[in-house]
Write a protein that binds this ligand. Structure first.
Ligand SMILES: *[C@@H]1O[C@H](CO)[C@@H](O)[C@H](O)[C@H]1NC(C)=O
Ligand SMILES: *[C@@H]1O[C@H](CO)[C@@H](O)[C@H](O)[C@H]1NC(C)=O
Ligand SMILES: *[C@@H]1O[C@H](CO)[C@@H](O)[C@H](O)[C@H]1NC(C)=O
Ligand SMILES: *[C@@H]1O[C@H](CO)[C@@H](O)[C@H](O)[C@H]1NC(C)=O
Ligand SMILES: *[C@@H]1O[C@H](CO)[C@@H](O)[C@H](O)[C@H]1NC(C)=O
Ligand SMILES: *[C@@H]1O[C@H](CO)[C@@H](O)[C@H](O)[C@H]1NC(C)=O
Ligand SMILES: *[C@@H]1O[C@H](CO)[C@@H](O)[C@H](O)[C@H]1NC(C)=O
Ligand SMILES: *[C@@H]1O[C@H](CO)[C@@H](O)[C@H](O)[C@H]1NC(C)=O
Ligand SMILES: *[C@@H]1O[C@H](CO)[C@@H](O)[C@H](O)[C@H]1NC(C)=O
Ligand SMILES: *[C@@H]1O[C@H](CO)[C@@H](O)[C@H](O)[C@H]1NC(C)=O
Length: 686
């Protein structure tokens, strides 16, 4: 009955002093913690939580006079032990339970926490479905995987990969994690093509078998979302299978950074085989507090109270204890006492030998929960505030790249700005205001040491070749047909297809399937129909692009333009000596000659009365008259016209001459340079 002592003792003190002073606070407040001591997260979290409790108990500003008592329970990653541990803790009348670390246990004991109204504050269970309304007493001081997967999807999208293979553990953490990844990838029009589920033990032969099989699949981008594994078994197996080479891309969620961060420096030197892996790490802003804690951690390691290096989860565990301590402080300010009551439903179950009826409900649980959710606290992991989903506001992620044996931070992700080169505060800025163009990352070294972006896929070994329908023509076989005797498909269209295929930078398996019997031309409409009906994947041939066909299938750019064509013979213009006569017809020549004569007569009539040069004997007058007229063609006439009417006629005449000369020159040059086609059809009335 030890668990009953504290409240009873407290109540009696209250009764004693009630009349004189204000009620005293309880001397001890119990706090539970459920996690696996011997795990990557547990090894960092245990010393961190112990440090936090001793800090709080030593600090008179918080819980002055009340001792915080942390009861830790090792569950060894087992959901069963976790549930039993939770019952044991609530029997001890804890006001809150810190943990659990694994999402599976969180699902289980959230139900217990709900029933007994004990807030459950986890710094390590990242399963996004834990935010659901189903678990009102579950609060998370770490980032939910839905954020992490949004970051991962942005990363996949940044490198323009469309398909990934997910390697996950087959439990709530893995399944719900990649469920979130699938949703986020969908938003980017990418997808998880294959999911490799591994058992929690990460049995090496099982991993080897599954990874070896995945080599035959098309995508070469692996997203690994498993529990922190100090032996890094997936990568050691991948190395054995020659999969840590330049044809593969490995992305890891924050389990990898947590694992690597907890390695001692000597072990980090052996990380060469992780070359090129890209991972995420929860972002914690640099602060003097954090640096001080890091150096304190070094001291704890020397003293032997911390057995691993510090990682983000350790910082969050430390902060979590403080958050709860502040909340208890405020709770005691408001409520003065902590009371537990029997649950009538449980009391009715007396028949069971498990003594379930002894479990008591924390009466102030709802209030403590509300106080915790109002937290506004700056700790080692940055500012802590909770959002509607009872998750801590996302501080974003670091993008890390393992280059040789060092872990480089190549960028940051926040849900406000996406990927960027400097950390952004997720609390500022508008939602979804970033676009793909502003995304930035430093250069990444990929597996194999290359720096250019891996393509991320290959043609899978069992990929069915493309079935390409080709019309088996009987006429115009130069376009496309099946060669007689041999089953080779050949023709102009096939040549174009093969040339175009050479431009594709990777191998595309295909096979031609002739359509038609080769005795008569096949119906092209049927061929197009078969492409639409998925009998063929594509068709190659002299297929005309018609409106009703474009409604069913997509066409390539036309490589032979047709349209309506009139076939006409080339007019045989032998370049004879008389070609200069060709621009004008005989009638035209006659008309031109007649005009010269007429102009000569008109000018003579107008001029000979006033102009001396047009006078003289009739024979001389005739010569002058004709010479005047014909010389206008080449140069100004010798005789000047004196009458104004004569000048007017000259202006008009010179203009006509210019038009005739220009037309003649143009016509002659076109005859001499351009081939003339003559056709009886001069126009198309469509
Ligand atoms: C307790 O705090 C005081 C100063 O506030 C410090 O000198 C002392 O070392 C602390 N003790 C422990 C065990 O941390
Ligand atoms: C803590 O409590 C003691 C007495 O119990 C008191 O003397 C001291 O001033 C308190 N400290 C603070 C910071 O309230
Ligand atoms: C934890 O469980 C594993 C098997 O799941 C067992 O080998 C190991 O000894 C257990 N560790 C502790 C501390 O109970
Ligand atoms: C991987 O699979 C191939 C067949 O696909 C097999 O020949 C090979 O032995 C397997 N390798 C291992 C290490 O299991
Ligand atoms: C990568 O793939 C290409 C073709 O798929 C192959 O030629 C090359 O040898 C592969 N490289 C490695 C290191 O396996
Ligand atoms: C102790 O808590 C109970 C219920 O929460 C309340 O009824 C009672 O008044 C409290 N006692 C004191 C002295 O505050
Ligand atoms: C939280 O605390 C910071 C300072 O530590 C303050 O600027 C901010 O307004 C607070 N937020 C809320 C919601 O109280
Ligand atoms: C980004 O994160 C902040 C803080 O966690 C949250 O309030 C906001 O809704 C998130 N925005 C989006 C688009 O998810
Ligand atoms: C990143 O890569 C680009 C092109 O590959 C190169 O021009 C640039 O110098 C590289 N930047 C750094 C910092 O290495
Ligand atoms: C397309 O239109 C042509 C002429 O209008 C017709 O002969 C042919 O059957 C149509 N094809 C299909 C698939 O509807």
């Amino acid at each position: 009955m030890k668990e009953l002592v504290i409240p009873q003792l407290f109540v009696s003190i209250c009764l004693l002093v009630n009349g004189f002073v204000s009620c005293q606070r309880p001397a001890v407040v119990n706090l539970g913690a459920i996690f696996t001591f011997d795990s990557v997260i547990g090894k960092a979290a245990k010393p961190a939580m112990e440090a936090a409790v001793s800090d709080i108990n030593n600090d008179t500003r918080i819980l002055n006079g009340t001792k915080l008592n942390l009861l830790m329970d090792d569950v060894n990653c087992s959901v069963f032990l976790g549930s039993v541990g939770a019952f044991q803790l609530v029997e001890e009348e804890v006001v809150a339970i810190i943990g659990p670390q694994s999402s599976g246990i969180a699902h289980m004991i959230s139900a217990i926490a709900n029933g007994l109204q004990v807030p459950l504050i986890s710094y390590a269970a990242t399963d996004p479905t834990l935010s659901a309304l189903q678990f009102p007493f579950f609060i998370r001081t770490t980032q939910s995987d839905s954020y992490q997967m949004a970051a991962m999807a942005d990363l996949v999208d940044f490198f323009r990969w469309r398909e990934v293979i997910a390697i996950v553990v087959d439990d709530e953490y893995g399944r719900n994690g990649i469920g979130a990844l699938g949703e986020e990838l969908n938003k980017k029009r990418a997808k998880i093509s294959y999911k490799l589920f591994l058992s929690n033990q990460l049995d090496e032969s099982e991993v080897m078998d599954k990874l070896n099989k995945s080599k035959l699949l098309g995508p070469r981008v692996y997203v690994v979302h498993v529990n922190p594994d100090p032996r890094l078994r997936i990568f050691t197996v991948a190395r054995k299978l020659q999969m840590m080479t330049d044809n593969y891309t490995w992305l890891a969620t924050d389990w990898l950074s947590a694992t690597l961060d907890s390695f001692p420096p000597t072990k980090k030197a052996s990380l060469g085989f992780l070359q090129g892996v890209v991972g995420l790490r929860q972002h914690t802003p640099e602060s003097s507090q954090k640096r001080a804690f890091m150096s304190r951690w070094k001291g704890m390691q020397r003293k032997g109270s911390a057995s691993s290096e510090l990682n983000t989860y350790g910082l969050q565990a430390y902060d979590t204890v403080w958050i709860v301590a502040y909340a208890i402080e405020r709770f005691l300010d408001e409520h003065k006492n902590i009371t537990f009551s029997f649950n009538s439903k449980l009391v009715d179950m007396k028949t069971s030998g498990l003594q379930i009826e002894k479990l008591k409900v924390f009466t102030g649980g709802n209030d403590l929960l509300d106080i915790i959710l109002q937290t506004n606290f700056t700790g080692l992991s940055g500012q802590v505030q909770f959002n509607q989903d009872q998750n801590v506001f996302s501080g974003g992620y670091d993008v890390i790249n393992i280059d040789q044996v060092s872990i480089r931070t190549v960028g940051y992700w926040s849900n406000v700005s996406g990927l960027s080169l400097s950390p952004q505060d997720a609390r500022k800025g508008e939602q979804n205001s970033y676009s793909r163009v502003d995304q930035r990352l430093q250069n990444i070294t990929w597996p194999g040491g290359k720096t250019e972006r891996p393509r991320g896929w290959i043609i899978a070994a069992d990929e069915r070749p493309l079935r390409i329908g080709v019309p088996n023509r009987a006429s115009f076989v130069e376009f496309v047909t099946e060669a007689h005797g041999s089953h080779r498909i050949e023709g102009y269209c096939i040549d174009v297809f093969l040339k175009a295929r050479e431009l594709v930078p990777y191998d595309v398996p295909y096979m031609f399937e002739p359509f038609g019997d080769g005795l008569s031309n096949p119906r092209y409409d049927d061929l197009v129909q078969m492409v639409a009906a998925d009998v063929f994947d594509a068709a190659v041939g002299d297929i005309a692009i018609l409106t009703n066909r474009t409604k069913m299938v997509d066409f390539s750019q036309p490589y032979a333009s047709t349209g309506l064509v009139i076939v006409a013979p080339i007019r045989n213009s032998k370049s004879s000596a008389w070609v200069f006569l060709q621009p004008f017809t005989v009638e035209m020549w006659c008309a031109i000659a007649a005009s010269f004569v007429m102009i000569a007569v008109v000018i003579w009539i107008l001029e000979h009365r006033v102009n001396d040069e047009f006078r003289g004997p009739p024979k001389k007058q005739l010569v002058t008259m004709l010479m005047f007229s014909f010389s206008t063609l080449f140069k100004t006439n010798q005789e000047t016209t004196k009458s104004s009417l004569g000048r007017l006629v000259m202006v008009v005449w010179l203009f006509v001459l210019m038009v005739i000369t220009a037309s003649y020159t143009a016509s002659l040059s076109s005859i001499l340079t351009v081939q003339q086609l003559s056709s009886p059809i001069t126009d198309l009335f469509l």
